[in-house]
Design a protein around this ligand. Structure first.
Ligand SMILES: Cc1cc2nc3c(=O)[nH]c(=O)nc-3n(C[C@H](O)[C@H](O)[C@H](O)COP(=O)(O)OP(=O)(O)OC[C@H]3O[C@@H](n4cnc5c(N)ncnc54)[C@H](O)[C@@H]3O)c2cc1C
Length: 403
């Protein structure tokens, strides 16, 4: 039994590594357990909104990522077929913190952050698969390392094990799940003609489809496309479905030319967009962060920013509050506030943009006219994120009084 740690973090993704790094830097004894020896392309987020870039800066990892793997985009274009007029948005000019978005190849970002956590003083064990977590005044973690099993204890255990987190089940949290609506598929492309400094978001409400192209630099883009599950369309995955993936992206509005010379440089994989979350993600010595706490609809690209917000909020509380049980509960209360806001806003957008059927089409026509009149009614997910109002008045402001 090894028990001289302040914190044991299960998972070395962006959430676990960033938290481990920032607490080790402040002298805390941190152990990070990561099951993968080498990070591979799992088709995950590679686009950080401007409000998330502000979190990168607050955590002191903006420069590290920018120098090792980051690519910045200054502009964003949202184009909605039959929707309000599309305009190129200058994120630096118009976002509250005057910054663009940051993009990186996800496996490279994970390597860099986990190394940074180690350099800051965390003990990092890779190839360590956590097989159980037991809550309590001194929480316990059971780990498989090769043929052996080890038990570790610490003041606090952090579940940062991603969207299919088992930590939350072992610790007895209830996991909430939105109804299935959209599916998202992602593919890495090299040699695309898409511009390097613009994020493009295409929406085709008629077919309930979208396509997002986020630049990674040097003609590399991560392309996501998606559609509504109600239409009975099948999930796309593997090499055989790449042509259909491209056809769907073009049908959603992406320019055909951008795919002509592009080659696939990674796997094609599909995921449910439905949010999963734990209400109040702290109890009895276990805190959940990142996707383990709440996995937000990937098509809106808020997951990385939310994970970074979790890390900053929890870090600040653990460094200022001596009683970590109190700190854990305060983190969980604050987490619910900002996650619930993103959850409401993205649900409104999914209902508005993709809901199939005649009454949804009538609503869209009415709301698109309101957005043409005043585009500021559209939730500002890139700039304000959870700080965009999401109360009843904001709902009325977007949808009008007839909804
Ligand atoms: C298709 C898709 C597109 C997305 N696009 C965007 C986007 O553009 N922008 C955005 O902001 N977000 C996006 N997201 C969401 C974003 O990827 C996640 O929010 C983010 O990666 C969550 O980070 P995390 O550290 O919480 O989890 P993860 O990155 O999943 O890290 C969890 C880590 O825990 C490890 N682990 C798991 N179980 C164990 C165990 N038992 N023992 C030890 N280690 C374990 C895993 O190996 C992994 O390294 C997207 C997600 C998907 C699926």
């Amino acid at each position: 039994m090894k028990s001289n740690y302040d914190l044991i973090i299960v998972g070395g993704g962006i959430a676990g590594s960033a938290l481990g790094r920032s607490l080790a830097e402040q002298g805390k004894q941190v152990l990070i357990l990561e099951r993968e020896k080498i990070f591979r392309d799992r088709v995950r987020g590679e686009y950080v909104h401007p409000w998330g870039v502000t979190e990168l800066r607050a955590l002191g990892i903006y420069d590290l990522l920018k120098q090792t793997c980051g690519h910045e985009a200054r502009y964003r274009v949202n184009q909605i077929i039959n929707g309000p007029p599309s305009k190129t948005r200058d994120l630096v000019e118009t976002s509250p913190h005057k910054t663009g978005s940051m993009h990186f190849y996800h496996p490279k970002m994970q390597e860099e952050l986990l190394q940074a956590a180690e350099h800051a003083g965390s003990v990092v064990q890779r190839g360590s698969v956590v097989s159980d977590v037991k809550p309590g005044p001194i929480p316990t973690v059971i780990v498989r390392e090769g043929q052996e099993e080890h038990t570790y204890q610490s003041r606090l255990v952090i579940g940062a094990d991603g969207r299919t987190s088992l930590c939350r089940n072992w610790a007895g949290f209830t996991v909430n799940h939105d109804p299935d609506r959209m599916l998202i598929m992602g593919l890495l492309l090299d040699g695309s003609g898409a511009p390097d400094n613009v994020v493009h978001y295409y929406i085709n409400p008629i077919n309930s489809e979208f396509s997002v192209l986020t630049p990674l630099g040097n003609t590399r883009v991560r392309c996501y496309t998606g559609f509504h599950q109600q239409d009975g369309r099948r999930r796309l995955s593997g090499h055989k479905d790449i042509d259909e993936f491209v056809t769907t992206s073009i049908s959603a509005g992406a320019p055909r030319d951008w795919f002509v010379n592009a080659t696939a440089s990674g796997p094609l994989a599909s995921f449910d967009c439905a949010d999963t979350w734990v209400s109040h993600p702290y109890d009895n010595g276990i805190a959940l962060i990142g996707d383990a706490a709440s996995s937000s609809d990937p098509s809106y690209g808020c997951g990385l920013s939310l994970a970074l917000r979790d890390v900053r909020v929890l870090r600040d509380l653990l460094l200022t509050e001596k009683n970590w049980d109190v700190a854990g509960h305060q983190y969980a209360t604050e987490h619910d506030r900002y996650f619930d806001s993103i959850h409401r806003l993205t649900n409104w957008l999914t209902m508005l943009m993709y809901e199939p059927g005649p009454s949804a089409a009538v609503r869209r026509e009415r709301v698109f006219a309101r957005l043409t009149e005043d585009p500021r009614r559209l939730p500002d997910l890139p700039g304000l994120g959870p700080e965009f109002p999401s109360d009843e008045a904001a709902y009325r402001n977007l949808f009008g009084d007839d909804d």
